[in-house]
Ligand binder design. Structure first.
Ligand SMILES: Nc1nc2c(ncn2[C@@H]2O[C@H](COP(=O)(O)OP(=O)(O)OP(=O)(O)O)[C@@H](O)[C@H]2O)c(=O)[nH]1
Ligand SMILES: [Mg+2]
Length: 345
């Protein structure tokens, strides 16, 4: 790694600002490796960010998210707008494009200098994918990308951290993705801002449309009714309509001052999520390295020490929370910001 031609903090920030591909690629690699230089560069660039509009694209495996993003990118480029794509695959240990051409169907855009595409796996993300995704998004934002798509697989809660930073969330379904329908119905899955039912060439597409419609109709109080678009990503059919719906959601957020509010909540949620992730990693590390703390756990197992007393001792030792020790139940505020996002949608 040391053998690479080195960017300085200044030259890397300047390169990112200029949208230089090599600088972008380097900055995101540094972000993935959690190098101090990445942290410094993002810190320098942060005041200039906020111009990009982030679109989260989520949905079950294989529904056509990548193909759809590829079609959206093609359309967005025909409108002469710049675009970035971050494809996050928590199940994959690979990153840095190792999956490109295989699972990520975005290869046709590689030669376009206004399109920057990056895939991220779980490799090396000690602080979690949420952190790497946020930092990479900020880099693309500072590079002047107008739109940034964030792809992540998911049907329930797990992907929330990754797309929790998106301004608009698009859920992609395909005929037959019944689990997601159930999750939506049961309220396990948050209602997205826009729904794409992809593979509309499939005979069951209309049935799926009706099912989704009936689920959404149960929820009448929203100020934004999530539109449903049937798409065929492989041919690009209805892709312009999908972008229109995304833009309509953006206009809705902007017109009522909700975009700022949503971004405030999203950023607060990211900060808490990343801080929690780090606290957890720290806790695990300290317990692993400290025989005394491990002994506590043994005592719990032998019923010599009750679990909450062990918690209390761990908190005191690891986080030095002795004076500020709070009883369980008084801390429910901590993740409220993260989950309570529905009112801005
Ligand atoms: N018939 C049909 N096939 C499609 C359509 N869109 C995508 N596919 C195919 O579905 C398969 C999966 O597409 P991807 O774009 O890789 O799906 P994905 O959701 O990104 O998949 P993961 O990232 O692996 O979760 C590919 O073989 C696509 O060619 C469509 O509109 N119609
Ligand atoms: Mg994909």
């Amino acid at each position: 790694m040391a053998a690479r031609r080195d960017f300085t903090r200044e030259s890397l920030a300047a390169g990112v600002r200029a949208g230089d591909r090599r600088a972008l690629a380097r900055a995101i690699t540094l972000v993935e490796n959690r190098e101090p230089l990445a942290y410094e560069v993002v810190r320098d660039l942060y005041p200039e960010t906020g111009g990009a509009y982030a679109i989260g694209v989520t949905g079950p495996p294989g529904v056509g998210k990548s193909t759809l993003i590829s079609a959206l990118v093609r359309h967005v480029r025909s409108l002469d707008r710049s675009v970035g794509v971050i494809s996050v695959d928590p199940s994959s240990p690979f990153s840095q494009g190792a999956l490109l051409g295989d699972r990520i169907r975005l290869v046709d855009h590689f030669l376009d200098p206004e399109v920057f595409i990056r895939s991220m796996g779980s490799r090396g993300h000690l602080g979690g994918l949420a952190e790497a995704t946020l930092q990479a998004l900020l880099v693309l934002d500072a590079a002047g990308k107008e739109l940034v798509f964030l792809e992540t697989v998911g049907t329930g809660q797990g992907e929330v951290e990754v797309i929790g930073i998106a301004d608009t969330v698009v859920l992609v379904l395909m005929p037959g993705s019944g689990d997601s329908i159930q999750a939506l119905k049961a309220g396990i899955m948050e209602i997205p801002d826009v729904i794409a039912i992809n593979k509309m060439d499939h005979p069951a597409a209309k049935t799926m449309l009706n099912e989704v419609r009936s689920i959404l109709s149960l929820d009448k109080d929203r100020s934004w009714k999530p539109p449903i678009v049937l798409t065929e990503a492989t041919t690009g059919q209805n892709v312009p309509e999908l972008l229109e719906k995304i833009e309509a959601h953006r206009a809705h957020l902007e017109s009522e001052g909700h975009l700022e509010e949503r971004r405030r909540k999203n950023l607060a949620g990211e900060v808490f999520a990343i801080a929690s992730g780090r606290a957890k990693a720290h806790l695990e590390q300290v317990v692993a390295d400290d025989p005394e703390l491990r002994r506590l756990l043994d005592e719990v197992q032998r019923r010599e020490l009750d679990p909450l007393t062990a918690v209390r001792e761990i908190m005191e030792r690891v986080f030095h929370l002795s004076g500020a020790w709070v009883q369980p139940g008084s801390g429910e505020q901590s993740d409220g910001d993260k989950t309570d996002r529905t009112d801005t949608r």
